[in-house]
Design a protein around this ligand. Structure first.
Ligand SMILES: C[S@@+](CC[C@H](N)C(=O)[O-])C[C@H]1O[C@@H](n2cnc3c(N)ncnc32)[C@H](O)[C@@H]1O
Length: 297
């Protein structure tokens, strides 16, 4: 199944202020936002896209043949080295994973599909979920499940994982799912493995670190009068975005150097836009999306 874009109309209505401008889609995915940007901009307009996933980049190269478009394999937190000389009229960040990650068993993102426990968006770097789960301490696993998944049974699950790997390493999504199911019972609609899979994915991809990294660099690649549109899918991401751009910033990222006075540089022009009930009905995955829009002064 192809990735269904979230808040497509709303995001592009804010993003595209100058239809002959240069734009940056930092989360290409399967390119639905990019394709629509290309539909709307003029022949003078330009679009650069970025994704850390090789499959996304190959998909873009194969399927979008347009002289106004180019695509790059990179982590978005490295935009300053990718575009050292260039400033854009608008930048889009549609955070998180694609449905194509969840749908493909060999990527290991889904507790519903059996496959190798990988979960990396960029399979050419970092460590897989299996590598981490087989080497981390019980405390490290419990802390990540709690911090990134808000999993109340984090300690119980961590203990079960460590017990499991005494006899053999945990290698597949189904082994992890069954280990979690052995200690927490399903109550309500949510599967007991949902929060743990989210937490492990966030950790393996170091998602929040890279989000803070890209936020701190957006000023370098955005023109005055340019717009940043950010769509988040969980409260950890949205809180980082909200706090970064808040004039009276209380919780600045401590692990990333910030060389810009956010208060004097950006103004929030739209906060907390959510998908309509119609969009949620058509695409239930969109229900947790929150969009914020910022203007560079
Ligand atoms: C929600 S999908 C984007 C979907 C896209 N807007 C579309 O219309 O198809 C997010 C994409 O961002 C990519 N991504 C996530 N973190 C990234 C990072 N740090 N650097 C570059 N790409 C990243 C993922 O690989 C994924 O393809």
């Amino acid at each position: 199944m192809l990735h269904v874009p979230v808040l497509l109309e709303e995001s592009l209505d804010f993003l595209l202020r100058d239809l002959s401008g240069a734009y940056l889609d930092l989360t290409f995915g399967r390119g639905s936002h990019s394709q629509e940007i290309l539909n709307r901009i003029t022949s003078q307009g330009k679009l650069h896209a970025v994704d850390r996933d090789h499959e996304a980049v190959s998909y873009g190269k194969k399927n979008i043949k347009d002289s106004r478009f180019s695509i790059h394999h990179s982590n978005y937190s490295e935009i300053e080295s990718l575009f050292p000389q260039q400033q854009f009229d608008g930048i889009l960040l549609d955070l998180g994973t694609c449905s194509t990650h969840l749908d493909d068993p060999k990527r290991g993102f889904s507790f519903q599909r059996n496959g190798p426990l990988d979960m990396r968006m960029d399979t050419s770097s970092g460590f897989s979920a299996a590598e981490w789960l087989n080497s981390a301490t019980e405390k490290e696993i419990g802390d990540i499940l709690y911090k990134y998944g808000d999993e109340k049974a984090s300690k119980k699950i961590a203990k079960a994982i460590v017990n499991y790997r005494v006899t053999r390493p945990i290698k597949t999504t189904i082994e992890l799912t069954q280990t979690i199911e052995s200690v927490i019972k399903r109550t309500g609609k949510t599967h007991p493995a949902t929060k743990s899979f989210q937490a492990i994915r966030i950790h393996v991809n170091n998602e929040l670190y890279h989000l803070k990294g890209v936020l701190s660099k957006l000023n370098d690649v955005l023109k005055v009068g340019g717009v940043i549109v950010i769509i988040s899918f969980h409260s950890l991401e949205d809180r980082i975005v909200k706090n970064f751009f808040r004039p009276e910033v209380k919780e600045m990222p401590k692990d990333i150097p910030i060389n810009v006075s956010v208060k004097e540089t950006f103004r929030c022009i739209k906060k907390k836009i959510k998908p309509s009930s119609n969009e949620i009905k058509m695409n239930p995955r969109s229900r947790s999306a929150v969009m914020r829009v910022f203007l560079k002064l």
